[in-house]
Write a protein of this length. Structure first.
Length: 366
């Protein structure tokens, strides 16, 4: 369906510009063939220009379409992409960041405090009355329990950083809050789950989480910072900004492709009206929360900081969430119901954030 929409969108471009072709012959570019015929190349160039201007959104639609048509290859590459594409994103983030920007972000107590408060306190508090209302509907209570646990999770590690980068937001602030949030989540998430659901769960020690964050985030950023010390590399980066940006977008698109391939290939284990409710309700909920975070962020911070705040505050992590839920409900025959909300929300966050990115980027540039 997404692939058809993309083709329809691209097909509409030359049609919308048809009136502009009614110009003197001298302005119409044609390619002369050996047989003497001529082919008007202007529509192709307009389509190419459109795709180039909207590369990330077009790539996003294509990635989802390919994953839906054939999820197997994306599933097979999931571990490889999860390791190397994510590392590429963080190396390029480190390469593009000044050390002074990282120091400034780490000491921005207002931004960091509001981000973590919104993500780990306000988010669950907001969801409590929503879930209470939904319990009066025909929705399965097990799905709502899973949604409550999802609301207690910390922010994503790589997704919020990559989307902030794609939106030309404050990457240093996003990096800082991704690390802080997942370290806090080791303590805060079990406490919230216990308080809200009267259940306790044993999670990995903070040292293991810190080691994982070090390998996935800190090390690639450090490598990028080391590379940045080279004058030759810095000058090349200045000359090839567009190429570096495109490389980061391609790395993120590979993550999108694998995430949707996994979702299409493995399924959610939930069927019927409950699945439809998740597929419709969770993306709408995320759009509302993301917009709310953007509005709040813009009253407190500049546009670039507000972008980082919005993505970090509104996201919930799958990497931390699935092990937590599987441990919490270990042995339960209803495990799929508890896991389904975060499995739907994870790719939805990526897709919606990718759609928001071009508009946010334009605003951050202005």
């Amino acid at each position: 369906m997404h692939g058809t929409a993309l083709l329809a969108l691209l097909a509409a471009v030359p049609q919308s510009c048809a009136l502009s072709l009614a110009r003197p012959r001298a302005t119409v570019k044609r390619t002369v063939l050996r047989g003497g015929g001529a082919v008007d190349t202007a529509p192709v160039k307009r389509i190419t220009a459109f795709v180039d201007r909207n590369f990330f959104v077009c790539g996003m639609v294509a990635s989802v379409a390919v994953a839906g048509l054939s999820p197997g290859p994306g599933q097979a590459c999931e571990k490889f992409v999860g390791k190397y594409a994510v590392a590429t994103i963080f190396v390029l983030s480190g390469l593009g960041l000044k050390l002074s920007e990282l120091k400034k972000a780490a000491t921005n107590t207002k931004l960091n405090g509001l981000t973590q408060g919104a993500n780990l306190i306000a988010f669950p508090a907001l969801m409590l009355p929503v879930i209470s209302v939904l319990r009066k509907t025909s929705l399965d209570g097990r799905l709502l329990d899973g949604l409550l646990v999802t609301s207690c999770l910390p922010t994503t590690v790589n997704m919020c950083v990559a989307l902030t980068q794609a939106s030309d937001g404050d990457v240093a602030a996003a990096l800082t809050n991704a690390v802080i949030g997942n370290l806090l989540g080791v303590v805060v998430t079990p406490a919230l789950v216990f308080a809200l659901m009267q259940k306790s769960v044993q999670l990995p020690p903070a040292s293991i989480v810190a080691k994982s964050l070090g390998a996935k985030v800190a090390l690639p950023v450090f490598v990028g910072q080391l590379l940045r010390r080279s004058q030759w590399i810095r000058s090349m980066l200045e000359k090839r900004k567009t190429l570096a940006k495109r490389a980061q977008e391609l790395a993120l698109l590979s993550v999108v492709w694998c995430a949707f391939s996994a979702a299409f290939g493995k399924g959610l284990g939930v069927s019927g009206s409950d699945l439809v409710a998740l597929l419709v309700g969770l993306p709408l909920l995320h759009v509302m929360i993301l917009r709310l975070c953007l509005k709040i962020g813009r009253t407190q911070f500049d546009n670039r900081e507000a972008t980082a705040f919005a993505f970090c505050a509104s996201h919930k992590t799958l990497a931390f969430g699935l092990p937590l839920i599987r441990t919490l409900f270990e042995g339960s025959p209803d495990l799929a119901y508890y896991c389904a909300p975060i499995m739907v929300l994870h790719p939805a966050q990526l897709f919606i954030g990718s759609l928001f990115a071009p508009g946010l980027k334009e605003r951050n540039y202005s």
